[in-house]
Design a binder for this molecule. Structure first.
Ligand SMILES: *Cc1c(COP(=O)(O)O)cnc(C)c1O
Length: 474
């Protein structure tokens, strides 16, 4: 304190105490809408911050003047509200990336949300057979659906696809070799790498072929006494183009049968419906892999399937049974709310027409360009009206992305609303949109902020326009 000059000491004394600030009428009023703990912490934080600024000395002169009490109060109110806000919350995805891993991947179908609410509210027959009056596996609720949709004999749902692959390798190949093509040793997201999962699952990776070309004879030569499994992995988020060759799962199946080895295929994004129906290239379908004879097929629930986070395993009954009995299956077991949402989503998939209209991921993929165009025009007009000349908006052509590691080369034509302001950089606009409530996530390209209405439902356009207009101004 001795090192403080007299001016700083005076300023420090002028700062109210925590109790004084808590007695301010507008702070006391805040306690009706914000929990007391958040208000107290916020007041402490604001006062601490100002004590530090003042104590730092006169060098920052104009900055060290404590704000008027009204400003302190306003700062504390904002800090209290920030603390009270849920950490995990809704954002508006105007990026046009449909399965956006950072933004929660698949928005759930209405029917799935209804099932979650019902099951979450009370007790359920999660592990009970109401017909027989006896305990039953929770898997029964979805196993028949997965079998019907993929043609498999048996199915198992776990926490996510990474867990599905882990469980398959650990059950079938612990301490033994798993043969995988070098071209398929992929990294997906920032933490799923086939070699790492292999090690943790206890399997010994036996790489065959080269990055761009692998032949059946490469697998044949590698099979030996230590081999326990042949694994094929969909390269999901990248493609090897040009001079490339890989071995179709049907040929691996023939080899597997000859040598008595199970063939497991991780198809990744797991579209249950053929996307060529809506003019997109085909992603591998689990049903095709099953038909080709793969012993187990794994895929995600929240990529192109459009449901909750889950890992789905379908295939031969005897192998699925072995996976089910592995103690790790309990560690990666699916939660009841996920199961409720998964059942509802799978039921929608039984009718392709309903799936493309009721599952948000599929609906966004199938949305015709003229419809996106109409949304973009409406959004543009609304922003222009609300921002009354402070923002320049226009509709331009661009592309949406599938995301989630699916169809990496596929650019889906879309219409974008470009937003500019004479006095704001695109980075500033993007930053302000990220702090609105709810936050708006956008793309920046060529110095422009771009909004893609493909990933914003019709019912959300007005809100989006209001939020965008709200960030105009100095
Ligand atoms: C996405 C993906 C995974 C990981 O799936 P999660 O459900 O995210 O755990 C594994 N393998 C492939 C081929 C994938 O595309």
């Amino acid at each position: 304190m001795d090192s403080l000059d007299s001016r700083a000491r005076l300023l420090l004394r002028q700062l109210p105490s925590v109790d004084e600030l808590l007695q301010e009428p507008s702070i006391r009023g805040l306690i009706e809408s914000v929990p007391r703990w958040a208000v107290v912490e916020a007041v402490r934080e604001v006062l601490d911050r100002w004590r530090r600024i003042v104590a730092a000395g006169p060098s920052g002169s104009s900055q060290t003047d404590p704000p008027l009490r009204a400003a302190l109060v306003a700062e504390a109110q904002e800090a209290a509200r920030r603390r009270d806000r849920p950490a995990l919350r809704r954002v508006i995805n105007a990026t046009g990336v449909i399965v956006h891993t950072n933004l929660g991947r698949a928005p759930l179908p209405e029917a799935a949300i209804e099932r979650i609410v019902e099951v979450a509210q009370g007790y359920s027959n999660l592990e009970y057979d109401l017909e027989r009056g006896a305990r039953r596996s929770r898997q029964a609720h979805v196993e028949w659906l997965l079998c019907r949709l993929t043609g498999a004999e048996a199915a198992l749902a776990v926490n996510n696809n990474a867990a599905a692959v882990l469980l398959a390798i650990n059950t079938l190949a612990e301490g033994k070799e798993v043969i995988v093509s070098r071209g398929e040793l992929v990294e997906i997201g920032d933490s799923f790498r086939i070699p790492d999962i292999m090690r943790r699952a206890g399997g010994i990776l036996r790489e065959v072929g080269t990055t761009n070309r692998t032949y059946l004879r490469d697998y044949e030569t590698a099979v030996g006494g230590a081999t326990a499994m042949l694994l094929k992995v969909h390269t999901s988020n990248f493609r090897i183009l040009g001079f490339a060759a890989d071995v179709p799962v049907s040929e691996l199946v023939a080899l597997g049968q000859q040598r008595g080895l199970p063939v497991v295929e991780d198809v990744g994004s797991g579209a249950l419906l053929d996307l060529s129906q809506i003019g997109l290239p085909k992603e591998p379908l689990p049903s095709e892999s099953v038909r080709a004879g793969a012993d187990l097929v794994t895929f995600s629930g929240d990529k192109l399937l459009g449901g909750p986070q889950a890992g789905l395993i379908v295939g031969k009954r005897s192998l699925v049974e072995r996976l089910r009995l592995n103690p790790l299956a309990r560690a990666v077991r699916i939660d009841k709310l996920t199961l409720a949402a998964l059942e509802a989503t799978l039921r929608l998939c039984l009718d392709a027409e309903r799936a493309f209209s009721d599952i948000p991921v599929l609906r966004a993929l199938a949305l015709p360009l003229r419809e996106v165009d109409r949304r973009a025009a409406r959004l543009c007009e609304q922003i222009a009206t609300l921002a009354s000349g402070q923002l320049e908006v226009s509709v331009i052509s661009g592309v949406s992305e599938v995301g989630g590691g699916a169809l990496p080369l596929e650019a889906i034509p879309t219409r974008l609303v470009a937003v500019r302001a004479r006095h704001l950089t695109s980075q500033v606009i993007e930053g302000r949109l990220r702090r609105t409530d709810p936050p708006v996530m956008v793309r920046i390209k060529d110095g422009q902020v771009l909004l893609d209405p493909r990933t914003v439902p019709e019912s959300g356009l007005e809100e989006l326009a209001r939020l965008v207009a709200s960030i105009a101004g100095p």
